[in-house]
Design a protein around this ligand. Structure first.
Ligand code: G3P
Ligand code: CA
Length: 264
């Protein structure tokens, strides 16, 4: 987190926009990313997958059906996997209308477009989804991130973080890019042995708030790691996580957390 020694408090908890500002704009689009940046989020979280022709794109599901009109545009391409369509094909899809009519015409962003949209005003939290579906995606991600003009400084300062539920894959990535911080995602409560093992090579333990207790937060901090909890959309959960002194809160509603922090 951004904690200043001796000044730990509510404002120090990082506001992390989950899939962009996805409560009020379509997830994993530039509209959601730009809104999250404008709102003043500290970090923007998005998901990454790979197209049939090897482009990295911002998408949560391994198929395109939930968040685009792919079934209408390419009716004969079931099951509509990201990895089965080319970038040019995916760029024809509408990734906004499913959410609300005013977002019609939003496109599936490439990772490069996403990096441009985040710019220098916020941190980058990237989650390659189902990396086992995309052999070598750790190399692709590494090459893409190195295109950032301030890559080395950003990596060293912790402005770039890569997280995954696939801990074996994350370890491969950490070997490719040892200067980038990495976070282990957990859908079930991480035990003391998990946290101790994580401290050997990772930087963050990022569990669902639903499985997190104050003891989890303390155990992660005792190992010198950070803890970022997800996905916290209500004020009560935000207050609870803040009181436990987590380092970051991942939320679909960054504005709600920012307003809460402003109240003190
Ligand atoms: O940032 C944590 C969270 O994104 C993990 O779950 O399914 O929203 O990618 P999911
Ligand atoms: Ca994610």
């Amino acid at each position: 987190g951004t904690d200043v020694a001796g000044a730990a408090g509510r404002d120090d908890v990082e506001v992390i926009a989950h899939r962009g500002s996805s409560g009020v704009a379509p997830e994993n689009t530039l509209a959601a990313v730009r809104l999250a940046v404008r709102q003043g989020s500290d970090v923007i979280e998005n998901d990454v997958q790979r197209t049939a022709d090897g482009a990295l794109v911002i998408m949560h599901d391994s198929t395109l059906t939930r968040t685009t009109d792919v079934e209408q545009v390419f009716p004969d391409r079931a099951p509509w996997r990201v990895g089965d369509l080319t970038l040019a094909e995916i760029k024809q899809l509408d990734a906004g209308s499913w959410f609300a009519p005013e977002f019609a015409g939003e496109r599936v962003p490439t990772l490069e477009e996403w990096m441009d949209a985040v710019g220098r005003r916020a941190g980058m939290l990237l989650e390659p989804k189902n990396p086992a579906l995309y052999p070598g995606i750790e190399q692709d991600l590494d090459e893409a991130l190195r295109e950032l003009p301030d890559y080395r400084r950003s990596a060293r300062s912790g402005r770039i973080v890569v997280q995954s539920f696939d801990h074996a894959w994350l370890r491969d990535y950490a070997e490719v890019a040892p200067e980038v911080r990495v976070g282990l995602l957990y859908g079930t409560r991480p035990g003391d042995a998990d946290i101790e093992a994580a401290a050997e090579w990772a930087d963050q333990v990022n569990p669902s708030l639903a499985v997190t207790t104050e003891a989890t937060v303390d155990a992660v901090h005792a190992e010198g790691l950070e803890i970022h909890v997800w996905t916290v959309n209500d004020g009560a959960g935000m207050r609870r996580a803040t009181d436990w002194d987590v380092d970051g809160i991942i939320t679909n509603y960054p504005q709600v957390l920012i307003d809460l922090q402003a109240q003190g």
